[in-house]
Design a protein around this ligand. Structure first.
Ligand code: NAD
Ligand code: DAU
Length: 338
């Protein structure tokens, strides 16, 4: 199978590439990535040596480039990860999320339709369902009620992708996963930010009362789920991918403090995120029953492996926290902490 992966230099895309290149059935893998602040070729150590792999440093919004790449590479499938993926950044500035998540997805869909790509997996998120009152778990046919510019553009791109199935019979599949964690995650998201700050003895900024609930999914389990959908999913269908691990943010922070040996006194309650969704919860029964996929990593061992990775990769962390990260941190947290 010849794959075109978008956003493969990011957190989840790079894990998917590592998983895919371990499989001899993948005969070609093209990684199309614009290398935004979140894209990092250091997330893919050693892959350049694989003759099946090619990196293309371009933007998915470039219609002509995307079209000519499909003509040249003739992929059997596109797995579309590229996105502006952080809610807080989408609140600070909504323009990049609009461009990449909506316009960029449109560009890929148009080119894939014109060049008759046999399979298109659009990687999306459980955030499109919005805040879910307990004890409900969102299923694939639940209404979409996105709250942030990030989740609204993901919901829009899901609907656009599904419309290409309905209207043009294009072989589109959509995945919606819960909160991922694991190695190589940029330290703007809850778990890597808290690990990084705890290891450096810096304050841990908890939004609001810290009782918001998220479902945690180890990144390799997510990637296996996407592969299951790629191989066995039905065209025109949506598949939730969850970790069966609901935890309040404060509980996650306490577990990180325990795993890093940092003191509870580092916790700071700070101004809440505007429009903050209280609870995400989803069921992955459809994916499990149709493909046999299960999340294999429990939170305790996944978090231990993640903390161990960040402890062992201080150079990676220092590099990603230099430059732009400092100004982002000041913009997002300066007013919260005063
Ligand atoms: P990330 O921010 O770590 O990586 C995004 C990647 O996309 C980067 O390599 C970046 O350079 C690239 N990119 C951004 N704009 C681009 C453009 N215009 N053209 C080409 N490349 C571009 O994101 P992630 O956390 O790995 O998320 C990947 C996908 O999974 C996203 O679609 C996200 O919505 C979805 N998702 C993420 C999570 C999560 O918890 N992180 C959960 C569910 C779904
Ligand atoms: O649910 C899937 C989604 O999970 C993905 O689609 C997104 O790409 C990904 O960013 C993530 O979104 P969240 O907003 O849930 O993740 P984040 O790590 O930003 O925040 C998780 C929770 O932690 C949320 O309730 C906000 C809170 N939080 C986050 C940060 C960064 C804090 O309390 N303090 C913080 O500093």
């Amino acid at each position: 199978m010849r794959l075109l992966v978008t956003g493969g230099a990011g957190f989840i895309g790079s894990a998917f590439i590592r998983l895919s290149l371990a499989d001899p059935a993948i005969t070609r893998l093209v990684n199309l990535d614009a290398l935004t602040y979140a894209g990092n070729l250091a997330n893919l150590p050693g892959v350049d040596a694989d003759p099946r792999y090619r990196f293309v440093h371009e933007n998915i919004c470039d219609d002509m480039l995307v079209d000519s790449l499909l003509v040249e590479e003739k992929p059997d499938a596109i797995v579309h990860f590229a996105a502006e993926s952080h809610v807080d950044r989408s609140i600070l500035s909504a323009s990049p999320v609009f461009q990449t998540n909506l316009r960029g997805t449109f560009s890929l869909l148009e080119a894939a339709r014109a060049r008759r790509v046999p399979r298109f997996v659009h990687v999306s998120t459980d955030e499109v369902y919005g805040s879910i009152p307990a004890p409900h778990e969102a299923a694939e046919d639940d209404p979409l009620r996105p709250s942030s510019p990030y989740s609204a553009t993901k919901a829009g791109s899901d609907l656009l992708a599904l419309s290409y199935f309905t209207t043009f019979k294009m072989p589109v599949l959509v995945t919606r996963a819960s909160n991922n964690y694991g190695p190589y995650q940029f330290p703007e998201k809850l778990i890597p930010l808290m690990i990084s700050n705890a290891l450096e003895g810096k304050p841990l900024p908890v939004y609001g009362d810290g009782q918001q609930v998220r479902d945690w999914l180890y990144v390799d389990d997510h990637c296996r789920g996407i592969r299951a959908v790629l191989d066995k999913g039905r065209e025109g269908e949506v598949y939730n991918i969850g970790g069966n691990c609901s935890l309040a943010n404060l509980e996650v922070v306490h577990r990180i403090l325990a795993a890093t040996g940092a003191p509870d006194s580092l916790i700071r309650y700070v101004t809440d995120r505007p429009g903050h969704d209280r609870r995400y919860a989803l069921t992955s029964r459809k994916l499990e029953s149709e493909t046999g996929w299960q999340p294999g990593t429990d939170f305790e061992s996944g978090l231990a492996a993640t903390v161990a990775w960040y402890r062992a990769n201080t150079e990676w962390m220092q590099a990603v926290k230099s430059g732009e990260y400092q100004s982002y941190y000041a913009r997002n947290y300066g007013h919260r902490t005063g």
